[in-house]
Every structure is written in structure tokens, then in C-alpha cells.
Design a protein around this ligand. Sequence first.
Ligand SMILES: Nc1ccn([C@@H]2O[C@H](COP(=O)(O)OP(=O)(O)OP(=O)(O)O)[C@@H](O)[C@H]2O)c(=O)n1
Ligand SMILES: C[C@](O)(CO)[C@H](O)COP(=O)(O)O
Length: 231
Amino acid sequence: MNHTKKCWAVVPAAGVGKRMQADRPKQYLPLAGKTVIEHTLARLLQSGAFQAVAVAISIEDPYWPELDISQHPNVITAPGGKERADSVLSALKALEGKADENDWVLVHDAARPCLTTEDIHLQIDSLKNDTVGGILALSSHDTLKHVDGNCITTTVDRKHIWRALTPQMFKYGMLRDALQQTEGNPAITDEASALELLGFQPKIVEGRPDNIKITRPEDLALAQFYMEQQT
Ligand SMILES: Nc1ccn([C@@H]2O[C@H](COP(=O)(O)OP(=O)(O)OP(=O)(O)O)[C@@H](O)[C@H]2O)c(=O)n1
Ligand SMILES: C[C@](O)(CO)[C@H](O)COP(=O)(O)O
């Protein structure tokens, strides 16, 4: 029996980036001399932490085959799905026969290009002996309000509210089964929510605040700034 758990990366990269209002999906926008996705994949591959990276790409994506990294020997391409969770499940299925049930999988958004090797190894070292796994997350430095419409209903205790980042690190078999059992549930916007729905309590590991998700137009300049600060 293989007692040494390996680590695999899964990158959902099949979104259209509606909120970015760009002429192409945001993972293909230019950033610091490369595309967003090339930065993200380079960060994962250069960390040395992963056996391979399975990337979910939309079947209608004309950009991916143009990138040299699409031919990288440690990059496996899988067809994207309707929702992010479907894309992640598709990429997990592409690792069938390669990943063992208890290997770790770190799921990381293509739209988060500022991830550091430091945070990858912090997460793996923090969770490698855990029974469930967990996510990188950020605490809030602001007062938090619960709002209904545009009215405040209450002030929320900020120590109980954290912002989920990626990577999200779970065991291959457990994550695959959780996503299969919750398939089609619109509440599943990250991997942890699928595990939570099945009664598990994923851990959090405080990550770096520069691990932003490029979501709206103004995020691209912020990502560029953070990348310049990281070099
Ligand atoms: N069906 C989908 C939807 C999203 N994603 C990926 O999931 C990550 C995080 O999702 P999000 O920021 O919501 O990306 P989009 O869905 O592209 O953005 P939008 O909601 O603005 O369209 C992105 O890397 C995106 O490419 C995916 O692989 N498959
Ligand atoms: C998974 C995620 O990055 C955690 O914050 C996020 O939920 C994905 O982006 P979306 O806007 O929710 O699709």
C-alpha cells in the first residue's frame, strides 16, 4: 500500500469572466508579459509540490492550444463544465488512475495568479496530517455588517467570518465523492462547501492577502502591483 501521499493540482479555467467585461475570458488577459493563466500554472509548477496539474478548459476555448504551457509534460487538460464545480470534477476524473484515493489535491483558480510557493507549502505542511483538509482564507480587517437590501440588520462578529481563497486542499477520493454527491447544487461555489454539506469541517489556513482573484476590471492592475512587489 502506498503510504506516501502525493499532491496534485487542479485548476478550474473554463469560465467566461463575465464580470471582467473583457474581450476574452479573464484567464487569457495579458498580465506582466504573460497571460493570467500562464502565471498561475507557472506558480504551481515551479513550487515543486505537485505530481501534475489538471486544468479544466472550456471545450469552446480557442486560446488554450496557442499557449506553450498547454504542451507541458506535467499539465493534463480536461473539458470544463457548466459551473466551476463541474469543471473541478472533470479535472479530478482526468486524474483517475494516476492519483491514489488518499493523495492530496489542491484546487486553485486560474484567476488567482499571485499565489506564492510560500503559501502552497504553508497549506500542505499545515494540513498534510489532517483527516479532512482545508482552505487558504483571509480574516476581515473591517467591521462586518449583515445587510438586507441596502439596510444593515446587524453587525457580525468578524472572528467568525473568513474569506475563502484557493488552493482548497482535500483528499482525492473524498473530494471527488463530495462533488459527485452535490453535483448541480448551486450553493457549491467552492470545494469546501461540498465537504461541509456532507457534514465535514474543513480547516482554514490564513493565507496572503495578495492571493487575489481577478474578478472585475480593476483587479488586473492590483494583480500587476502585487506581482511587482513579490519579485
Ligand atoms: N464553469 C466554470 C466557471 C468558472 N471556472 C473557473 O473558476 C475560477 C473562479 O471562478 P470565477 O472567478 O467566478 O470565474 P468566471 O466564472 O469566469 O467569472 P464570472 O462569474 O465573472 O463569469 C476561474 O478560474 C474560472 O475560470 C471554471 O473552471 N468553470
Ligand atoms: C472558489 C473561490 O475562489 C473562493 O473564494 C470563489 O468562490 C470562486 O469565485 P466565484 O466568483 O465564487 O465563482
